[in-house]
Ligand binder design. Structure first.
Ligand SMILES: [Cu+2]
Length: 392
């Protein structure tokens, strides 16, 4: 009796949560999410529409194997059910009594063997083609970092360009607030990877902390990015457009927040983009001895903050849980600039990462920003030279 009661209450609770799930689903459907070209589609059933020869081949292989499996499934089960039905006991069927039929054994060894060869041949051909990263027009290193991607153009047009690609801040805010919207929800990044169309692009993957994986379904590409190792993959996109993927290896609590956005441009547009990046690089090569004025440095610092710090400390500067607030923090407000500087340069044992990979100017900017934003208004300026001195 008691167990029955428990069972009913469990079932009741299950029903409630099911209803809640359906209600949320309906609420989300109410927001009219549409297909994202180059990304996921609403109620997507098939693989992503392929835009590389490899992805076309993978899709063909997938369908080919599916058909073979279906035929075998239908064949085997038809014979089985037919035999069970036709030779049932109530019809007075008598079981044949024999063992060791050499003919049957040979047939059921040879036939599957032939089927396996039929499937393995085209599959091997595809795998070999996927692994052939030789003679690439462009080589780009993709580094998985908790939780963003770093791209370095190593060889080919655009060599020397390098940037980080992080989830767009508005996406993070929507996620935190529980109000998803937009067709590219959690797929929008600040700096997409840009590549030319119809060129063989070799992607070299590695990681700086844990294992990540670089995956873009429309290209048929998925490659683990492993710390201390270098792996590679390639694609040749035959269409311009925007294509989306995600980190495909569970890499920590923000695994879902490291999307991949690849922008495929025409050859001319790509050259133009490279030119623009070169100019930006030149402009960004900050003079470390420059003496900045407050508003300029705060504006620069806000960008650095949004790209690197807001994920933990929040756009509001309030942090949360073990992540200390920067708004009103005595360390940030301290007249001794060195205190905050040491923490940001070297991190702490309790979860604050070290940021020494940022430039002197970026660190000076982000600290000046923290000291003069939200309710903080110290008027203090941290100059790049202060950061350089603290590094020693
Ligand atoms: Cu990851």
């Amino acid at each position: 009796m008691k167990t029955m009661k428990a069972l009913w209450s469990t079932l009741g609770r299950l029903g409630l949560s099911l209803a809640a799930t359906i209600a949320t689903g309906a609420a989300m459907a109410g927001q009219a999410v549409k297909d994202l070209p180059g990304g996921p589609a609403v109620n997507q059933f098939d693989l992503h529409p392929p835009v590389t020869a490899i992805a076309v081949e993978q899709r063909w292989l997938h369908n080919f194997m599916l058909v073979i499996c279906l035929v075998i499934f239908i064949g085997v089960f038809s014979v089985m059910f037919y035999s069970i039905f036709k030779h049932r006991k109530s019809k007075g069927a008598k079981a044949a009594n024999f063992h060791e039929s050499t003919t049957v054994e040979i047939i059921w060894t040879i036939v599957p063997f032939i089927i396996v060869i039929f499937m393995a041949l085209p599959a091997t051909k595809a795998v070999v083609a996927m692994k052939d990263t030789s003679a690439a027009d462009l080589t780009i290193k993709a580094t998985g970092i908790q939780w963003k991607w770093g791209y370095d153009y190593l060889k080919g047009e655009g060599e020397g360009i390098s940037f980080l690609s992080t989830l767009d801040v508005t996406q993070r805010e929507m996620s935190d607030a529980g109000t998803p919207s937009g067709d590219d929800y959690l797929l929008r990044v600040d700096n997409p990877l840009v590549v030319p169309v119809n060129k063989k692009v070799r992607i070299v993957t590695t990681a700086s902390d844990v294992i990540h994986a670089w995956m873009v379904p429309a290209f048929g590409v998925k490659q683990d990015a492993i710390p201390g190792f270098v792996r590679d993959t390639w694609f040749r996109a035959d269409k311009v457009g925007d294509f989306y993927g995600q980190c495909a290896e569970l890499c920590g609590k923000e695994h879902a927040y490291m999307p991949i956005h690849v922008k495929v441009l025409s050859t001319e547009d790509y050259s133009r983009w490279v030119d623009g990046e070169r100019k930006k690089l030149a402009a960004k090569a900050d003079d470390p001895n420059k003496v900045w004025v407050l508003p300029e440095l705060v504006a620069r610092g806000e960008k650095v903050y949004n790209a690197n710090c807001a994920a933990c400390h929040q756009a509001s500067g309030k942090g949360g849980g073990p992540i200390k607030a920067l708004d009103g923090s005595p360390v940030v407000l301290d007249a001794d600039k060195g205190k905050a500087l040491q923490i940001v340069l070297h991190g702490t044992a309790s979860g604050m990462p070290a940021w020494k990979q940022l430039s002197d100017t970026e660190l000076a900017a982000v600290l000046t920003f923290a000291k003069n934003h939200w309710s903080n208004s110290t008027g203090q300026i941290v100059q790049p030279t202060d950061v350089a001195a603290a590094r020693k």
